[in-house]
Design a protein around this ligand. Structure first.
Ligand code: NAD
Ligand code: TYD
Length: 339
């Protein structure tokens, strides 16, 4: 099988490349990424030299070059991780989110139809369902929960999902969609809650908690997200949506306090700051469909996963320093500049 993995130098995409090379060493992978501020080619350093792996720097909105690539490579499966992914940035600049997340998706689907891709998989998010009330612990997102978005980010992801389903119905695109809850694990860009807090705590800087820190997220280790996508894209039913989540709901303040405790830092570093506009209260996934249809099960519980993740960032301080200083942006030129 030949796979195209877009957004492959980002957090989840890079973890997914490693997952696929490990689980399906016979497959060939083309890893595509534009290398925006969120894309770090160093995340894929461990794949260098693997004959089943090739990196391509490309914009998913660049129709001409995307078509050329699809014509050359004749992919069996396309998995689209490429996106603008940070809610706070979408509040500052919505338009970029529309261009990348919606238009980019349509280009990849047009190419998939034109060049006979067997399965197009769209990596979506539980944020398309909006939020749940804090006091209703009995409510969960199922695949039937209506789309009801809060931020420009989630609205752009929901628009992409609707377009993927429209391509299925109108053009017969063979597709699946996965909607996962918040991920944590190695290689996450330190603008997101967990790596940001680890990095600030490491430097004894204040930890900015939005509002009162009571918003709840349903955390899943990135490895378990990858195993879910792998099952769906290979064995999921054509035209279906699958939720992925492991019932690990935590209030933000709990997560932040866990990080401080693990690092032996004082809670006095916590600073409550102005809340995010439109801040979703609670996310919680009902994963029964993927469990029952595809036999998916997460391997990580939050306590083990968060400890391992904190250790990973402490063992990879050079990675963190390069990302926060911006040095990682030069790596592509070093590696590919003269080729
Ligand atoms: P990320 O921001 O770390 O990675 C996104 C990657 O896409 C980056 O490497 C970036 O360079 C690349 N990219 C951006 N625009 C591009 C373009 N025009 N062409 C090619 N590449 C481009 O994000 P992530 O956290 O790894 O998320 C990956 C996907 O998973 C996204 O679609 C996101 O919506 C979804 N998702 C994320 C989470 C989470 O908790 N992080 C949860 C559920 C779903
Ligand atoms: P984030 O990692 O941005 O993911 P998302 O908004 O997609 O869920 O944020 C996770 C939660 O943490 C969210 O409720 C916002 C909150 N948060 C803070 O309190 N402080 C921060 O500095 C950041 C980045 C997030």
């Amino acid at each position: 099988m030949k796979l195209l993995i877009t957004g492959a130098a980002g957090f989840i995409g890079s973890n997914f490349v490693y997952y696929e090379l490990d689980k399906h060493p016979e497959d060939e992978i083309v890893a595509l990424d534009l290398l925006t501020y969120a894309g770090n080619l160093k995340n894929l350093k461990g794949c260098e030299g693997n004959e089943h792996f090739r990196f391509v720097r490309m914009d998913i909105r660049d129709r001409e070059n995307i078509y050329k690539l699809f014509e050359e490579e004749q992919f069996d499966i396309v998995v689209n991780f490429a996106a603008e992914s940070h809610v706070d940035r979408s509040i500052e600049d919505p338009e970029l989110f529309l261009r990348t997340n919606i238009i980019g998706t349509s280009v990849l689907m047009d190419a998939s139809l034109k060049y006979g891709v067997k399965r197009y998989h769209q990596v979506s998010t539980d944020e398309v369902y909006g939020d749940l009330p804090l006091e209703r612990k009995d409510l969960f997102f199922t695949e039937e929960t209506p789309i009801h978005t809060s931020s420009p980010y989630s609205a752009s992801k929901a628009s992409a999902d609707l377009l993927v389903m429209a391509y299925h119905r109108t053009f017969g695109l063979n597709m699946t969609i996965s909607r996962c809850s918040n991920n944590y694990g190695p290689y996450q860009f330190p603008e997101k809650l967990i790596p940001l807090m680890i990095n600030n705590a490491r430097h004894d800087r204040s930890l900015p908690v939005y509002g009162e820190g009571l918003n709840v997220r349903d955390w899943l280790h990135v490895y378990d997200h990858c195993s879910g996508i792998d099952l769906i894209m290979r064995g999921g039913r054509n035209g279906e949506v699958y939720n992925i989540g492991g019932h690990n709901e935590k209030a933000n303040i709990e997560v932040v306090k866990t990080i401080l405790k693990e690092l032996g830092k004082p809670e006095s570093l916590i600073t409550y700051v102005t809340d995010r506009k439109g801040h979703d209260l609670r996310y919680a996934i009902d994963p029964r469909k993927i469990e029952m249809e595809l036999g998916w099960k997460p391997v990580y519980d939050f306590n083990t996963g968060i400890k391992e993740t904190i250790e990973w960032y402490m063992d990879h301080q050079e990675w963190m320093d390069e990302v926060t200083s911006g040095d990682y942006l030069h790596y592509y030129e070093q590696m590919y500049g003269n080729r």
